[in-house]
Design a protein around this ligand. Structure first.
Ligand code: 2AM
Length: 170
């Protein structure tokens, strides 16, 4: 099982992000994320088993997390357009704290994750074109859910399926 922890987008936010994705896809091609797959990765865990999923459920349930809001207002890319994403001009302290608390809990539990520095973004499409970072009309995202996902491949493409989901409290 290929696992990661992320923030799912509520339907209204996913809809707004999907229209930016569609514009980018129309202008540069590439392989768009499906609307259902849109999310922000907090930690990529890689291969895991059932026992690890159980451990992760407990770990995520115990995270001290409060709801917060993210503003998505910047379009950018990694690896010269291999990943085209939507992110935030300003870092959000609550988001960085949540990612840090998660990483500390994973460290304490001995669960290995991709150690690259946290670079919050929502992937719009892959295999696109290099772009110049641009400001967009802000999309306000009230973050109120956290999920453990499994990445599953099928003939229809990759699907990110939540195995566990919890609310963040207001
Ligand atoms: P993304 O966050 O840029 O979209 C499942 O593969 C998800 O985990 C994807 O959203 C993917 O990219 C993210 N991810 C983060 N680090 C990864 C890594 N080292 N390998 C694969 N996917 C990774």
């Amino acid at each position: 099982m290929r696992l990661f922890v992320g923030l799912p987008l509520p339907a209204g936010v996913a809809h707004a992000v999907a229209s930016v994705r569609d514009e980018m896809h129309a202008s540069m091609g590439g392989k768009p994320s499906t609307t259902a797959n849109l999310h922000l990765t907090l930690a990529f865990l890689g291969e895991g088993n059932v026992q690890m999923v159980q451990q992760l459920r407990q770990l995520l349930a115990a995270l001290p997390t409060a709801a917060f809001e993210i503003t998505l207002d910047v379009l950018g890319d990694f690896k010269r357009g291999q990943i085209v994403w939507l992110g935030s001009q300003q870092p959000h302290a609550a988001l960085l704290q949540l990612a840090e608390a998660l990483r500390m809990a994973l460290d304490a539990a001995g669960i290995v994750y991709d150690p690259q520095p946290f670079a919050p973004h929502v992937t719009l499409l892959r295999k696109g074109q290099p772009i110049r970072a641009a400001l967009l009309q802000a999309i306000h995202w009230p973050v109120s859910e956290l999920a453990l996902y499994v990445s599953e491949s099928s003939p229809d493409g990759v699907q990110y399926r939540p195995l566990y989901q919890r609310s963040l409290t207001a």
